[in-house]
Design a protein around this ligand. Structure first.
Ligand SMILES: Nc1ncnc2c1ncn2[C@@H]1O[C@H](COP(=O)(O)OP(=O)(O)OP(=O)(O)O)[C@@H](O)[C@H]1O
Length: 528
Protein backbone atom coordinates (compact mmCIF):
# COMPACT_ATOMS: atom_id res chain seq x y z
CA UNK A 1 0.00 0.00 0.00
CA UNK A 2 1.23 3.46 -0.79
CA UNK A 3 -0.68 5.99 1.26
CA UNK A 4 0.60 9.51 1.75
CA UNK A 5 0.38 10.59 5.34
CA UNK A 6 0.22 14.09 6.73
CA UNK A 7 2.25 14.83 9.83
CA UNK A 8 1.63 18.07 11.66
CA UNK A 9 4.64 19.85 13.00
CA UNK A 10 4.49 20.70 16.68
CA UNK A 11 6.55 22.20 19.42
CA UNK A 12 6.60 20.08 22.53
CA UNK A 13 5.81 22.04 25.66
CA UNK A 14 8.51 22.44 28.27
CA UNK A 15 9.15 19.35 30.37
CA UNK A 16 7.26 19.02 33.62
CA UNK A 17 8.76 18.08 36.91
CA UNK A 18 7.14 15.37 38.98
CA UNK A 19 4.92 17.98 40.57
CA UNK A 20 3.59 21.21 39.08
CA UNK A 21 6.05 22.84 36.66
CA UNK A 22 5.39 26.37 37.79
CA UNK A 23 6.32 26.11 41.43
CA UNK A 24 6.60 29.26 43.48
CA UNK A 25 9.78 29.96 45.44
CA UNK A 26 8.02 30.11 48.79
CA UNK A 27 10.02 29.31 51.88
CA UNK A 28 8.80 27.06 54.68
CA UNK A 29 5.06 27.62 54.93
CA UNK A 30 4.16 30.27 57.47
CA UNK A 31 0.69 30.04 59.01
CA UNK A 32 -1.65 32.66 60.24
CA UNK A 33 -2.56 32.04 63.90
CA UNK A 34 -5.79 30.39 65.02
CA UNK A 35 -8.40 33.10 65.62
CA UNK A 36 -6.98 35.39 62.90
CA UNK A 37 -9.77 37.21 61.05
CA UNK A 38 -9.95 37.78 57.33
CA UNK A 39 -13.01 39.93 56.63
CA UNK A 40 -15.96 37.99 58.10
CA UNK A 41 -14.08 34.71 58.51
CA UNK A 42 -12.16 33.45 61.52
CA UNK A 43 -9.33 31.00 60.93
CA UNK A 44 -8.87 27.70 62.74
CA UNK A 45 -6.03 25.18 62.46
CA UNK A 46 -4.19 24.64 59.18
CA UNK A 47 -5.46 21.62 57.23
CA UNK A 48 -2.53 21.28 54.85
CA UNK A 49 -0.25 23.06 52.42
CA UNK A 50 0.15 22.84 48.66
CA UNK A 51 2.57 24.44 46.24
CA UNK A 52 0.81 27.80 46.45
CA UNK A 53 -0.20 28.17 50.07
CA UNK A 54 -1.88 26.81 53.13
CA UNK A 55 -5.50 25.77 53.64
CA UNK A 56 -7.05 26.51 57.06
CA UNK A 57 -10.23 25.41 58.76
CA UNK A 58 -12.37 28.52 59.31
CA UNK A 59 -15.91 29.62 60.13
CA UNK A 60 -18.15 32.53 59.38
CA UNK A 61 -18.17 35.03 62.25
CA UNK A 62 -21.81 35.86 61.44
CA UNK A 63 -23.37 32.41 61.48
CA UNK A 64 -20.64 29.87 62.29
CA UNK A 65 -20.79 28.27 58.81
CA UNK A 66 -17.74 26.02 58.50
CA UNK A 67 -15.51 26.90 55.55
CA UNK A 68 -11.95 26.35 54.41
CA UNK A 69 -9.69 29.30 53.60
CA UNK A 70 -6.80 28.88 51.20
CA UNK A 71 -4.14 31.52 51.85
CA UNK A 72 -1.96 32.07 48.81
CA UNK A 73 1.32 33.82 49.63
CA UNK A 74 2.63 36.36 47.17
CA UNK A 75 5.70 37.65 49.09
CA UNK A 76 8.31 35.17 47.88
CA UNK A 77 7.16 35.14 44.27
CA UNK A 78 9.23 36.42 41.41
CA UNK A 79 7.32 39.05 39.38
CA UNK A 80 6.45 36.54 36.65
CA UNK A 81 5.21 34.06 39.21
CA UNK A 82 3.12 36.75 40.90
CA UNK A 83 1.41 37.44 37.59
CA UNK A 84 0.85 33.71 37.11
CA UNK A 85 -0.67 33.43 40.58
CA UNK A 86 -2.92 36.39 39.89
CA UNK A 87 -4.08 34.67 36.74
CA UNK A 88 -4.72 31.41 38.60
CA UNK A 89 -6.82 33.18 41.20
CA UNK A 90 -8.78 35.06 38.58
CA UNK A 91 -9.53 31.83 36.76
CA UNK A 92 -10.62 30.18 39.99
CA UNK A 93 -12.93 33.06 40.89
CA UNK A 94 -14.37 33.44 37.39
CA UNK A 95 -15.02 29.74 37.21
CA UNK A 96 -16.69 29.65 40.65
CA UNK A 97 -19.01 32.47 39.64
CA UNK A 98 -20.01 30.85 36.38
CA UNK A 99 -20.34 27.24 37.40
CA UNK A 100 -22.53 26.15 40.26
CA UNK A 101 -23.05 22.43 40.71
CA UNK A 102 -23.36 20.02 43.66
CA UNK A 103 -20.16 18.28 42.55
CA UNK A 104 -18.01 21.41 42.30
CA UNK A 105 -16.57 23.06 45.40
CA UNK A 106 -17.91 26.61 45.84
CA UNK A 107 -15.71 29.62 46.42
CA UNK A 108 -17.68 32.03 48.62
CA UNK A 109 -15.27 34.97 48.65
CA UNK A 110 -11.82 36.15 47.68
CA UNK A 111 -10.14 38.47 50.19
CA UNK A 112 -6.78 40.15 50.66
CA UNK A 113 -5.02 39.37 53.92
CA UNK A 114 -4.06 42.42 55.98
CA UNK A 115 -1.48 41.22 58.48
CA UNK A 116 1.20 43.85 59.20
CA UNK A 117 2.41 41.66 62.10
CA UNK A 118 3.04 38.78 59.67
CA UNK A 119 5.03 40.38 56.83
CA UNK A 120 5.24 37.01 55.02
CA UNK A 121 1.50 36.90 54.71
CA UNK A 122 0.59 40.55 54.48
CA UNK A 123 -1.09 41.04 51.08
CA UNK A 124 -1.69 37.30 50.56
CA UNK A 125 -4.83 36.25 48.72
CA UNK A 126 -7.43 34.24 50.64
CA UNK A 127 -10.00 32.02 48.91
CA UNK A 128 -12.98 31.13 51.11
CA UNK A 129 -14.45 27.76 50.10
CA UNK A 130 -16.84 25.02 51.19
CA UNK A 131 -15.03 22.91 53.76
CA UNK A 132 -14.30 19.29 52.98
CA UNK A 133 -13.38 16.58 55.44
CA UNK A 134 -10.65 15.04 53.31
CA UNK A 135 -9.50 14.55 49.75
CA UNK A 136 -9.85 11.46 47.60
CA UNK A 137 -6.05 11.19 47.84
CA UNK A 138 -6.42 10.85 51.64
CA UNK A 139 -8.98 8.08 51.08
CA UNK A 140 -6.68 6.29 48.63
CA UNK A 141 -3.80 6.55 51.08
CA UNK A 142 -5.97 4.82 53.68
CA UNK A 143 -7.19 2.10 51.30
CA UNK A 144 -5.40 -1.20 50.92
CA UNK A 145 -3.72 -1.45 47.50
CA UNK A 146 -5.80 -3.52 45.11
CA UNK A 147 -9.16 -2.79 46.79
CA UNK A 148 -11.68 -0.20 45.59
CA UNK A 149 -12.25 2.80 47.84
CA UNK A 150 -15.55 2.70 49.76
CA UNK A 151 -18.50 3.79 47.62
CA UNK A 152 -16.23 3.81 44.55
CA UNK A 153 -18.99 3.98 41.94
CA UNK A 154 -20.69 6.93 43.64
CA UNK A 155 -17.37 8.76 43.81
CA UNK A 156 -16.77 8.15 40.10
CA UNK A 157 -20.33 9.11 39.21
CA UNK A 158 -19.98 12.37 41.13
CA UNK A 159 -16.63 13.18 39.54
CA UNK A 160 -18.10 12.48 36.09
CA UNK A 161 -21.13 14.65 36.91
CA UNK A 162 -18.95 17.56 38.05
CA UNK A 163 -16.79 17.17 34.98
CA UNK A 164 -19.83 16.97 32.67
CA UNK A 165 -21.10 20.21 34.20
CA UNK A 166 -17.74 21.92 33.71
CA UNK A 167 -17.46 20.78 30.12
CA UNK A 168 -21.08 21.74 29.45
CA UNK A 169 -20.36 25.20 30.84
CA UNK A 170 -17.41 25.51 28.47
CA UNK A 171 -14.50 24.84 30.84
CA UNK A 172 -11.70 22.29 31.01
CA UNK A 173 -10.46 21.35 34.51
CA UNK A 174 -6.90 20.59 33.44
CA UNK A 175 -5.63 19.16 36.73
CA UNK A 176 -8.04 16.37 37.61
CA UNK A 177 -6.40 14.06 40.18
CA UNK A 178 -7.35 12.49 43.54
CA UNK A 179 -5.82 15.37 45.54
CA UNK A 180 -8.23 17.72 43.77
CA UNK A 181 -11.36 15.72 44.59
CA UNK A 182 -12.75 16.70 47.99
CA UNK A 183 -15.19 14.74 50.16
CA UNK A 184 -17.41 16.55 52.65
CA UNK A 185 -18.50 15.26 56.05
CA UNK A 186 -21.97 14.69 54.53
CA UNK A 187 -20.55 12.49 51.80
CA UNK A 188 -20.60 15.11 49.04
CA UNK A 189 -17.95 14.76 46.36
CA UNK A 190 -16.56 17.99 44.93
CA UNK A 191 -14.08 18.76 42.19
CA UNK A 192 -11.71 21.44 43.45
CA UNK A 193 -8.65 23.45 42.48
CA UNK A 194 -9.81 25.36 39.44
CA UNK A 195 -6.64 27.41 39.27
CA UNK A 196 -5.68 25.68 36.05
CA UNK A 197 -9.26 25.47 34.71
CA UNK A 198 -9.60 27.19 31.37
CA UNK A 199 -12.47 28.39 29.29
CA UNK A 200 -12.95 26.65 25.96
CA UNK A 201 -12.53 28.61 22.76
CA UNK A 202 -14.35 26.26 20.43
CA UNK A 203 -12.85 22.81 20.91
CA UNK A 204 -9.85 23.68 23.04
CA UNK A 205 -8.54 26.03 25.66
CA UNK A 206 -5.18 27.46 26.59
CA UNK A 207 -3.79 26.97 30.05
CA UNK A 208 -0.51 27.45 31.83
CA UNK A 209 1.87 24.49 31.45
CA UNK A 210 0.85 23.11 34.84
CA UNK A 211 -0.76 19.79 35.57
CA UNK A 212 0.57 16.68 37.18
CA UNK A 213 2.52 14.10 35.20
CA UNK A 214 0.52 11.14 36.45
CA UNK A 215 -2.70 12.47 34.97
CA UNK A 216 -1.54 14.17 31.76
CA UNK A 217 -2.64 12.62 28.45
CA UNK A 218 0.11 11.41 26.11
CA UNK A 219 -0.71 14.02 23.46
CA UNK A 220 0.21 16.74 25.96
CA UNK A 221 3.83 16.21 24.99
CA UNK A 222 3.23 17.16 21.38
CA UNK A 223 0.92 20.11 21.99
CA UNK A 224 2.03 23.55 20.95
CA UNK A 225 2.90 25.95 23.74
CA UNK A 226 2.79 29.64 22.98
CA UNK A 227 2.48 32.82 24.98
CA UNK A 228 -1.10 31.89 25.88
CA UNK A 229 -0.02 28.54 27.32
CA UNK A 230 -0.55 24.96 26.22
CA UNK A 231 -3.53 23.79 24.20
CA UNK A 232 -5.80 21.50 26.19
CA UNK A 233 -9.08 19.89 25.30
CA UNK A 234 -11.84 18.28 27.32
CA UNK A 235 -10.35 14.95 26.27
CA UNK A 236 -7.39 15.67 28.59
CA UNK A 237 -9.86 15.56 31.50
CA UNK A 238 -11.29 12.30 30.13
CA UNK A 239 -7.81 10.74 30.13
CA UNK A 240 -7.27 11.97 33.70
CA UNK A 241 -10.66 10.50 34.65
CA UNK A 242 -9.50 7.13 33.28
CA UNK A 243 -6.35 7.22 35.42
CA UNK A 244 -8.36 8.36 38.45
CA UNK A 245 -11.02 5.65 37.94
CA UNK A 246 -8.27 3.01 37.86
CA UNK A 247 -6.86 4.43 41.09
CA UNK A 248 -10.30 4.55 42.75
CA UNK A 249 -11.02 0.93 41.83
CA UNK A 250 -7.62 -0.40 42.94
CA UNK A 251 -6.82 1.58 46.08
CA UNK A 252 -4.51 3.93 44.20
CA UNK A 253 -2.72 1.79 41.59
CA UNK A 254 -1.76 3.74 38.48
CA UNK A 255 -2.75 2.12 35.15
CA UNK A 256 0.77 2.47 33.72
CA UNK A 257 3.82 0.75 35.20
CA UNK A 258 6.73 2.64 36.72
CA UNK A 259 8.20 3.55 40.07
CA UNK A 260 8.14 7.29 39.37
CA UNK A 261 5.62 9.63 37.74
CA UNK A 262 8.07 10.24 34.91
CA UNK A 263 8.45 6.50 34.24
CA UNK A 264 4.66 6.08 34.26
CA UNK A 265 4.30 9.00 31.88
CA UNK A 266 6.83 7.44 29.50
CA UNK A 267 4.94 4.13 29.70
CA UNK A 268 1.72 5.97 28.80
CA UNK A 269 3.46 7.58 25.82
CA UNK A 270 4.81 4.20 24.65
CA UNK A 271 1.28 2.81 24.85
CA UNK A 272 -0.07 5.76 22.86
CA UNK A 273 2.56 5.18 20.16
CA UNK A 274 1.41 1.57 19.95
CA UNK A 275 4.65 0.10 21.26
CA UNK A 276 3.29 -1.13 24.59
CA UNK A 277 -0.05 -2.66 25.48
CA UNK A 278 -2.55 -1.26 27.96
CA UNK A 279 -2.54 -3.56 30.98
CA UNK A 280 -5.25 -2.59 33.41
CA UNK A 281 -5.49 -4.29 36.78
CA UNK A 282 -6.98 -7.73 36.17
CA UNK A 283 -9.11 -7.56 39.31
CA UNK A 284 -11.18 -4.68 37.96
CA UNK A 285 -14.48 -6.02 36.70
CA UNK A 286 -14.66 -6.23 32.90
CA UNK A 287 -17.19 -3.48 32.15
CA UNK A 288 -15.37 -1.03 34.42
CA UNK A 289 -12.12 -2.00 32.72
CA UNK A 290 -13.65 -1.12 29.37
CA UNK A 291 -14.79 2.21 30.69
CA UNK A 292 -11.24 2.97 31.83
CA UNK A 293 -9.76 1.69 28.54
CA UNK A 294 -12.09 4.01 26.62
CA UNK A 295 -11.00 7.00 28.71
CA UNK A 296 -7.40 5.95 28.07
CA UNK A 297 -7.87 5.77 24.30
CA UNK A 298 -4.42 6.61 22.97
CA UNK A 299 -5.29 9.82 21.20
CA UNK A 300 -7.56 12.77 21.64
CA UNK A 301 -9.68 12.08 18.53
CA UNK A 302 -10.70 8.63 19.74
CA UNK A 303 -11.42 9.93 23.22
CA UNK A 304 -13.79 12.58 21.86
CA UNK A 305 -16.69 10.13 21.74
CA UNK A 306 -16.37 9.44 25.49
CA UNK A 307 -17.74 12.67 26.85
CA UNK A 308 -18.13 13.20 30.58
CA UNK A 309 -21.91 12.83 30.08
CA UNK A 310 -21.38 9.44 28.46
CA UNK A 311 -19.04 8.39 31.28
CA UNK A 312 -21.53 9.45 33.92
CA UNK A 313 -24.30 7.46 32.22
CA UNK A 314 -22.02 4.43 32.00
CA UNK A 315 -21.01 4.61 35.66
CA UNK A 316 -24.71 5.02 36.56
CA UNK A 317 -25.53 1.95 34.58
CA UNK A 318 -22.67 -0.08 36.02
CA UNK A 319 -23.53 0.73 39.58
CA UNK A 320 -27.27 1.01 39.73
CA UNK A 321 -29.49 0.40 36.78
CA UNK A 322 -30.40 -3.17 35.79
CA UNK A 323 -27.76 -4.54 33.50
CA UNK A 324 -28.70 -4.74 29.84
CA UNK A 325 -28.32 -7.97 27.99
CA UNK A 326 -26.59 -7.77 24.69
CA UNK A 327 -26.86 -9.92 21.63
CA UNK A 328 -23.92 -11.75 20.19
CA UNK A 329 -23.54 -13.14 16.73
CA UNK A 330 -23.84 -16.93 16.98
CA UNK A 331 -21.49 -19.39 15.41
CA UNK A 332 -22.83 -22.88 15.54
CA UNK A 333 -20.04 -25.37 15.82
CA UNK A 334 -20.82 -28.13 13.42
CA UNK A 335 -18.67 -30.55 15.35
CA UNK A 336 -20.79 -30.24 18.44
CA UNK A 337 -23.69 -32.54 19.05
CA UNK A 338 -27.12 -31.08 18.44
CA UNK A 339 -25.77 -28.27 16.32
CA UNK A 340 -28.70 -28.37 13.92
CA UNK A 341 -31.15 -27.88 16.74
CA UNK A 342 -29.63 -24.58 17.73
CA UNK A 343 -28.83 -23.19 14.29
CA UNK A 344 -29.83 -19.56 14.18
CA UNK A 345 -30.20 -19.26 17.95
CA UNK A 346 -28.73 -16.16 19.50
CA UNK A 347 -26.36 -16.39 22.38
CA UNK A 348 -26.73 -13.71 25.00
CA UNK A 349 -23.88 -12.37 27.04
CA UNK A 350 -24.40 -10.03 29.93
CA UNK A 351 -21.66 -7.47 29.65
CA UNK A 352 -23.19 -4.58 31.47
CA UNK A 353 -23.93 -2.60 28.37
CA UNK A 354 -20.42 -1.81 27.27
CA UNK A 355 -19.73 -1.38 23.57
CA UNK A 356 -19.62 -4.20 21.09
CA UNK A 357 -15.90 -4.66 20.98
CA UNK A 358 -14.73 -7.54 23.12
CA UNK A 359 -11.52 -7.14 25.03
CA UNK A 360 -8.85 -9.78 24.98
CA UNK A 361 -10.16 -13.01 26.38
CA UNK A 362 -13.78 -12.22 25.57
CA UNK A 363 -13.64 -13.45 22.04
CA UNK A 364 -15.51 -16.69 22.46
CA UNK A 365 -17.99 -18.10 24.91
CA UNK A 366 -18.91 -21.76 24.84
CA UNK A 367 -21.96 -23.11 26.57
CA UNK A 368 -23.72 -26.37 25.91
CA UNK A 369 -23.92 -27.08 22.22
CA UNK A 370 -23.36 -23.56 20.92
CA UNK A 371 -20.16 -21.64 20.50
CA UNK A 372 -20.82 -17.91 20.46
CA UNK A 373 -18.31 -15.51 19.01
CA UNK A 374 -18.59 -11.86 19.84
CA UNK A 375 -19.27 -9.60 16.90
CA UNK A 376 -16.05 -8.80 15.09
CA UNK A 377 -14.05 -11.72 16.51
CA UNK A 378 -12.52 -14.48 14.37
CA UNK A 379 -14.79 -17.52 14.06
CA UNK A 380 -13.03 -20.75 15.09
CA UNK A 381 -13.87 -22.47 11.78
CA UNK A 382 -12.59 -19.68 9.52
CA UNK A 383 -9.66 -19.90 7.10
CA UNK A 384 -7.57 -17.43 9.12
CA UNK A 385 -4.32 -19.30 9.90
CA UNK A 386 -4.35 -20.31 13.58
CA UNK A 387 -0.89 -18.95 14.28
CA UNK A 388 -1.96 -15.52 13.08
CA UNK A 389 -5.18 -15.27 15.07
CA UNK A 390 -3.74 -14.04 18.39
CA UNK A 391 -1.61 -11.54 16.48
CA UNK A 392 -4.60 -10.19 14.57
CA UNK A 393 -6.84 -10.12 17.66
CA UNK A 394 -4.24 -8.28 19.73
CA UNK A 395 -3.57 -5.78 16.96
CA UNK A 396 -7.27 -5.06 16.43
CA UNK A 397 -7.97 -4.66 20.14
CA UNK A 398 -5.35 -1.97 20.36
CA UNK A 399 -7.70 0.23 18.34
CA UNK A 400 -10.63 1.35 20.44
CA UNK A 401 -12.71 2.43 17.42
CA UNK A 402 -15.43 -0.12 16.95
CA UNK A 403 -15.01 -0.41 13.18
CA UNK A 404 -11.55 -1.95 13.49
CA UNK A 405 -12.20 -5.54 14.50
CA UNK A 406 -10.15 -8.73 14.15
CA UNK A 407 -12.27 -9.89 11.21
CA UNK A 408 -11.84 -6.57 9.38
CA UNK A 409 -8.06 -6.94 9.68
CA UNK A 410 -8.29 -10.62 8.72
CA UNK A 411 -10.39 -9.84 5.62
CA UNK A 412 -7.95 -7.11 4.60
CA UNK A 413 -4.93 -9.41 5.05
CA UNK A 414 -6.61 -12.15 3.05
CA UNK A 415 -7.29 -9.72 0.20
CA UNK A 416 -3.82 -8.14 0.40
CA UNK A 417 -1.66 -11.29 0.46
CA UNK A 418 -3.79 -14.38 1.05
CA UNK A 419 -2.11 -14.45 4.50
CA UNK A 420 1.25 -15.06 2.78
CA UNK A 421 4.07 -13.62 4.89
CA UNK A 422 6.40 -13.68 1.86
CA UNK A 423 4.03 -12.03 -0.61
CA UNK A 424 5.64 -9.44 -2.88
CA UNK A 425 4.62 -7.09 -5.67
CA UNK A 426 8.00 -5.53 -6.52
CA UNK A 427 6.52 -3.43 -9.33
CA UNK A 428 4.47 -1.42 -6.86
CA UNK A 429 6.99 -1.89 -4.01
CA UNK A 430 4.56 -3.79 -1.79
CA UNK A 431 5.81 -6.58 0.41
CA UNK A 432 4.82 -9.00 3.16
CA UNK A 433 1.56 -10.14 4.68
CA UNK A 434 0.10 -6.62 4.86
CA UNK A 435 1.68 -5.48 1.59
CA UNK A 436 3.47 -2.55 3.11
CA UNK A 437 5.52 -0.17 1.02
CA UNK A 438 8.70 -0.04 3.15
CA UNK A 439 8.97 3.76 3.19
CA UNK A 440 5.35 4.13 4.32
CA UNK A 441 5.74 1.34 6.85
CA UNK A 442 8.67 3.16 8.45
CA UNK A 443 6.48 6.20 9.18
CA UNK A 444 4.02 4.13 11.18
CA UNK A 445 6.03 1.10 12.26
CA UNK A 446 5.08 -0.82 15.40
CA UNK A 447 7.28 -3.50 16.95
CA UNK A 448 4.45 -6.05 17.18
CA UNK A 449 6.59 -9.01 18.27
CA UNK A 450 8.64 -6.99 20.72
CA UNK A 451 11.99 -8.13 19.29
CA UNK A 452 13.34 -4.59 19.20
CA UNK A 453 13.08 -4.41 15.43
CA UNK A 454 10.31 -3.06 13.19
CA UNK A 455 10.21 -5.17 10.06
CA UNK A 456 7.52 -5.02 7.37
CA UNK A 457 8.21 -8.70 6.56
CA UNK A 458 7.47 -9.80 10.14
CA UNK A 459 3.72 -10.62 10.35
CA UNK A 460 3.30 -9.31 13.95
CA UNK A 461 5.03 -6.02 13.05
CA UNK A 462 3.17 -5.66 9.74
CA UNK A 463 -0.25 -6.49 11.24
CA UNK A 464 0.17 -4.30 14.33
CA UNK A 465 1.25 -1.44 12.09
CA UNK A 466 -1.70 -2.07 9.79
CA UNK A 467 -4.06 -1.86 12.78
CA UNK A 468 -2.50 1.40 13.96
CA UNK A 469 -2.74 2.88 10.49
CA UNK A 470 -6.33 1.85 9.76
CA UNK A 471 -7.35 3.04 13.23
CA UNK A 472 -5.95 6.45 12.34
CA UNK A 473 -7.71 6.38 8.96
CA UNK A 474 -10.99 5.56 10.70
CA UNK A 475 -10.55 8.54 13.03
CA UNK A 476 -9.59 10.84 10.14
CA UNK A 477 -12.73 9.85 8.24
CA UNK A 478 -14.92 10.39 11.30
CA UNK A 479 -13.41 13.82 11.81
CA UNK A 480 -14.06 14.57 8.16
CA UNK A 481 -17.75 13.70 8.68
CA UNK A 482 -17.78 10.75 6.24
CA UNK A 483 -20.82 8.49 6.66
CA UNK A 484 -20.55 6.12 9.66
CA UNK A 485 -22.11 3.25 7.74
CA UNK A 486 -19.37 3.36 5.09
CA UNK A 487 -16.38 3.62 7.43
CA UNK A 488 -15.14 0.04 7.01
CA UNK A 489 -15.22 0.30 3.21
CA UNK A 490 -13.54 3.69 3.34
CA UNK A 491 -10.80 2.43 5.64
CA UNK A 492 -10.14 -0.51 3.28
CA UNK A 493 -10.03 1.91 0.34
CA UNK A 494 -7.85 4.33 2.31
CA UNK A 495 -5.32 1.57 2.98
CA UNK A 496 -4.95 1.12 -0.81
CA UNK A 497 -4.88 4.86 -1.60
CA UNK A 498 -4.49 7.56 1.07
CA UNK A 499 -6.50 9.42 3.69
CA UNK A 500 -6.50 12.51 1.48
CA UNK A 501 -7.85 10.69 -1.58
CA UNK A 502 -10.79 9.27 0.35
CA UNK A 503 -11.60 12.56 2.06
CA UNK A 504 -11.45 14.44 -1.24
CA UNK A 505 -13.58 11.89 -3.08
CA UNK A 506 -15.87 11.38 -0.05
CA UNK A 507 -16.27 7.76 -1.03
CA UNK A 508 -14.53 4.68 -2.46
CA UNK A 509 -12.57 5.61 -5.62
CA UNK A 510 -13.60 3.56 -8.66
CA UNK A 511 -10.08 2.16 -9.18
CA UNK A 512 -10.04 0.39 -5.80
CA UNK A 513 -13.69 -0.66 -5.79
CA UNK A 514 -12.97 -4.30 -6.90
CA UNK A 515 -10.47 -4.64 -4.03
CA UNK A 516 -12.91 -3.16 -1.50
CA UNK A 517 -15.69 -5.47 -2.75
CA UNK A 518 -13.38 -8.44 -2.30
CA UNK A 519 -12.57 -7.47 1.30
CA UNK A 520 -16.26 -6.96 2.06
CA UNK A 521 -17.07 -10.44 0.69
CA UNK A 522 -14.40 -12.00 2.94
CA UNK A 523 -15.71 -10.00 5.84
CA UNK A 524 -19.26 -11.19 5.20
CA UNK A 525 -17.98 -14.79 5.25
CA UNK A 526 -16.36 -14.23 8.65
CA UNK A 527 -19.50 -12.58 9.98
CA UNK A 528 -21.71 -15.47 8.98
N1 LIG B 1 -12.04 23.23 50.56
C1 LIG B 1 -11.24 22.45 51.29
N2 LIG B 1 -11.69 21.87 52.43
C2 LIG B 1 -10.87 21.09 53.16
N3 LIG B 1 -9.61 20.79 52.83
C3 LIG B 1 -9.12 21.33 51.70
C4 LIG B 1 -9.89 22.19 50.88
N4 LIG B 1 -9.13 22.57 49.83
C5 LIG B 1 -7.94 21.97 49.99
N5 LIG B 1 -7.92 21.23 51.12
C6 LIG B 1 -6.81 20.44 51.61
O1 LIG B 1 -5.75 21.31 51.94
C7 LIG B 1 -4.50 20.75 51.57
C8 LIG B 1 -3.75 21.70 50.66
O2 LIG B 1 -4.51 21.88 49.49
P1 LIG B 1 -4.00 22.69 48.24
O3 LIG B 1 -5.10 22.76 47.26
O4 LIG B 1 -3.38 23.97 48.70
O5 LIG B 1 -2.80 21.88 47.73
P2 LIG B 1 -2.75 20.48 46.98
O6 LIG B 1 -3.99 20.29 46.13
O7 LIG B 1 -2.46 19.42 48.00
O8 LIG B 1 -1.50 20.68 46.08
P3 LIG B 1 -1.33 21.65 44.81
O9 LIG B 1 -2.52 22.55 44.69
O10 LIG B 1 -0.08 22.35 45.13
O11 LIG B 1 -1.23 20.71 43.67
C9 LIG B 1 -4.80 19.42 50.91
O12 LIG B 1 -4.65 18.41 51.90
C10 LIG B 1 -6.25 19.53 50.54
O13 LIG B 1 -6.90 18.25 50.57
Amino acid sequence: MTPSSSAEGSHPPPPLEEGPALTPRTGPSAHLPVGFRIDGWELGAPIGSGAWGTVHEARSVADDTPVAVKVLRTDALAPGQRAALGELVQREVRFSREADHPNLVRTHAVCTVEAPDHPDLDGAIALVMDRAERSLQDVLDATEAGRPVPDADRVLRSVAAGLAHMHGAGWVHGDLKPANILLSADGDVWLADFGVAAELEGTHAHMPPLGTLDHLPPEWWSQRTDSRGTVVRTTADIWAFGVLAHQVLTGGLHPFPGATARARSLAAQAYARGTAPLRLDADIEESRRRLIADCLSPDHATRLQYTADVLKARVDELSGAPRRRRRLVPVVAAVLAGAAAVTGALMLRDDGGADDKGGPGTSATATGSTVAVAAGEIPPDSDVPKALRPVIVKAAHRCTDKEITPIVLAAMLKAESGFDAKAARPASEEFGIAMWTPSVFRAWAVDGDGDGDKDHMSPPDAISTMSLYVCWLDQRFKEAGLPEKDLVKLVVAGYRTSDRTIIEERGVPERVRPHVDKVMRYLADYER
